[in-house]
Design a binder for this molecule. Structure first.
Ligand SMILES: [Zn+2]
Length: 168
């Protein structure tokens, strides 16, 4: 981890020393934030773990000010992904939104497996697991049709292994 500010650093016990503190400008918060009871007075640099890759990053007071006052995120929403995972998550979200349209056309086995892999990666970067089970099942059903199988549970399918879902 890089120290972005000499005055903010993490000691050997994983504690943040001398976190930077900035005042909250309530008039700049989103309307939903402003309606909240118990608004914080200040932003304090804090340590966050990325839910995607587990990397530990500082969410600095400056970044929080930007996050809540410029980007208008809800004041109690926290940044849950590092920059690189956030970028991947957005890309996957965009790709996945096209899947229902793509599925109406003829897809190859390879296309379908790539779709499932994208859904699995997207879930690993999301706060909630298996965000679109209906879409997942639609793709999986098509794969079974192509491979000439009927209603094979995913975990006893060779696909389960190909997608890297087996951890033994
Ligand atoms: Zn990450």
């Amino acid at each position: 981890m890089s120290n972005r500010n000499n005055k903010e650093y993490i000691n050997a016990h994983g504690e943040l020393k001398n976190p930077r503190v900035l005042a909250v400008d309530r008039s700049m918060l989103s309307e939903a934030s402003q309606r909240s009871a118990f608004l914080p007075e200040t932003y304090t640099t804090r340590i966050e773990h990325c839910i995607g890759c587990g990397v530990i990053e500082l969410f600095t007071a400056e970044e929080q000010k930007q996050w809540y006052e410029k980007l208008k995120n809800y004041i109690f929403a926290t940044r849950s992904r590092c920059k690189s995972c956030q970028k991947n998550w957005k890309r996957l979200k965009r790709e996945i939104s096209e899947f229902p349209k793509t599925l109406r056309d003829d897809c190859t086995l390879e296309d379908l497996e790539k779709m499932l892999a994208a859904l699995i990666e997207y879930d690993s970067l999301s706060e909630t697991v298996r965000s679109d089970i209906a879409l997942f099942n639609r793709i999986y059903k098509k794969i079974n049709e192509i491979e000439g199988r009927m209603n094979v549970p995913l975990n006893s399918s060779p696909l389960f292994k190909r997608l890297g879902l087996v951890h033994d």
